[in-house]
Design a binder for this molecule. Structure first.
Ligand SMILES: Cc1cc2nc3c(=O)[nH]c(=O)nc-3n(C[C@H](O)[C@H](O)[C@H](O)COP(=O)(O)OP(=O)(O)OC[C@H]3O[C@@H](n4cnc5c(N)ncnc54)[C@H](O)[C@@H]3O)c2cc1C
Length: 468
């Protein structure tokens, strides 16, 4: 990057917030994604306000400089890794918090992590009930940019369902506000679908390629204190799937629900069994692990009873081991995935959504690929809202075995193709979907048209959203 550009950016944010130091560039060359090659940016800037972000983007446009927005850097598909020579715009200094208690909403700056938000909300008995399992470092804005999901999603859906509006700096530096706050006289965020078509949705899941989210307004809920943790066993996958569907139909409030088949459960027990003090058990072929959550004890008791009846009606058994769901829920802000890091694994992940009734098709595709490519791996997943089920299969490799890593990369693209055929849909529009799936061509052309209008010089995080 030209010295003169650095100088101009430095005048906007102050010299202490721009760096071209090698060790700093190295830190911003990678993310939590162990399976992706790191790429060093040419500089890192840490703006302190929306206006500064806007001024930086104007300069970037003038000199045709590629930029990469970054918040917590905890994403797992390489989506925060810059292109060669890009400017990383790190937004963690935007840490404002505004509570609108009467509107049951809050507006947070792009640098606010879920952990910090939860701490702020706890004192008022409120919460944002959808967490990624990386919440101590992941920001709300970063999660909106990837349309994440996590514990809480079983009842509340993906993070998109929580968003009431966004403040976004467009690639040319214009600042826009979406949702009810687009009216500057509004008392705060109270409605997302205002002012015609849903502009908010354009930026959710856009992976930073259409603009920089500087503030997110979210719905808040009264904090639940009543929980029950239970495991249910079934002989057939169809029974386990039906169980999840019937829980929804009967309005039983599972805040986190996962189906484990034997091979996956074995893997989990190996990672976490001891840590969560899960007793030895002769587990059935399909185990459903559930956290039920309610505001009131009487509601919770009713849910516990109804869940047991539904389980019995499907010839299942209430196992009575609570440590697995309790561990998942209580640990939701720190995640099971840290165990993978602790084991030193490197992996590529393939986030996708299925329906509960298609759940097993994903598992079959995943095992087929692992067996055909002779790879080690596993998958985890959980119910995410109305009728969807989120999966995140991991394909593991030994980092020094280049041949195995090559096979993992190939298997990754192949798996996306096979999953698409089963009816699965991308969770994040990572490039491997587009590389593998021909049926997405027209859809991608439309997205490209939108990208070209908003970002005619192609400076915003090129390549990340399906290669655009
Ligand atoms: C152990 C572990 C567990 C995880 N569990 C989950 C989980 O349960 N659910 C889940 O959804 N994810 C999970 N993740 C992935 C990741 O942590 C989340 O998706 C997280 O919300 C990303 O937020 P971030 O602030 O770290 O974003 P980053 O990694 O910094 O960025 C993610 C993407 O969004 C873009 N971006 C970031 N900030 C902005 C912005 N302000 N404006 C526009 N674009 C932006 C970036 O360019 C990049 O493309 C997990 C990760 C780890 C390491």
């Amino acid at each position: 990057m030209e010295e003169s550009t650095i100088e101009k950016i430095s005048q906007i944010v102050g010299p202490e917030y721009v760096s071209t130091r090698e060790d700093v560039l190295l830190s911003y060359s990678a993310s939590a994604s162990t399976g992706y090659d790191s790429v060093k940016p040419s500089a890192v800037v840490r703006p302190g306000s929306t206006e500064e972000v806007s001024e930086i983007l104007k300069i970037a446009n003038d000199v045709n400089l590629k930029v990469t927005p970054r918040c917590g850097g905890s994403s797992l598909q390489g989506e925060v890794i810059p292109v060669e020579g890009a400017l990383v715009i790190e937004l963690m200094r935007l840490d404002s918090f505004e509570l609108h208690e009467d509107l049951r909403s809050a507006t947070v700056g792009a640098g606010v992590t879920f952990g910090k938000l939860d701490k702020l909300l706890k004192v008022c008995g409120l919460w944002l009930p959808v967490y990624p399992e990386s919440s101590l470092v992941a920001t709300v804005a970063g999660n909106v940019a990837v349309n994440g999901a996590g514990p809480g999603s079983t009842a509340y859906g993906c993070i998109a369902e929580m968003v009431l509006g966004l403040e976004v700096v467009l690639p040319d530096g214009r600042i826009i506000q979406t949702g009810s706050e687009a009216n500057p006289n509004a008392p705060g965020p109270f409605l997302r679908y205002a002012f015609g078509p849903d502009l908010t949705g354009l930026f959710i899941g856009s992976l930073g390629s259409l603009g920089i989210i500087t503030k997110v307004s979210v719905k808040l809920f009264k904090r639940m204190e009543e929980f029950h943790y239970e495991t249910y066993g079934f002989q057939e996958s169809e029974q386990a799937q039906k169980f999840l569907i019937e829980l929804k139909e009967n309005n039983v409030n599972a805040v986190f629900a996962s189906i484990y088949e034997g091979r996956i459960l074995g893997f989990f027990m190996d990672m976490l069994g001891e840590e969560y003090h899960i007793p030895e058990h002769d587990w059935p072929p399909f185990t459903v692990s559930i956290t039920l959550g309610r505001l009131r004890e009487d509601q919770l008791q009713s849910d516990i009873k109804r869940a047991a009846e539904i389980c019995g009606g499907l010839e299942g058994e209430v196992i009575g081991i609570s440590e697995l769901p309790r561990g998942e829920w209580d640990d939701r802000m720190r995640t099971f995935a840290r165990s993978s890091y602790a084991h030193g694994w490197h992996w590529r992940i393939l986030y996708h959504h299925q329906t509960p009734s298609n759940w097993h098709k994903s598992i079959e595709a995943i095992w087929d690929v692992m067996d055909e490519y002779a790879l080690l791996g596993h998958t985890a997943g959980f119910a995410t809202g109305h009728s969807s089920y989120n999966f995140y299969p991991h394909l593991y490799y030994f980092p020094e075995d280049k041949e195995e890593e090559r096979r993992v990369r190939e298997a990754h693209v192949d798996l996306s193709k096979r999953l698409f055929k089963t009816g699965a849909v991308p969770f994040k529009l990572a490039p491997y979907w587009v590389n593998g799936v021909d049926e997405m061509k027209e859809y991608m052309n439309v997205l490209k048209g939108i990208k070209d209008v908003l970002d005619p010089n192609g400076i915003m995080h090129p390549g990340v959203m399906g290669g655009l």
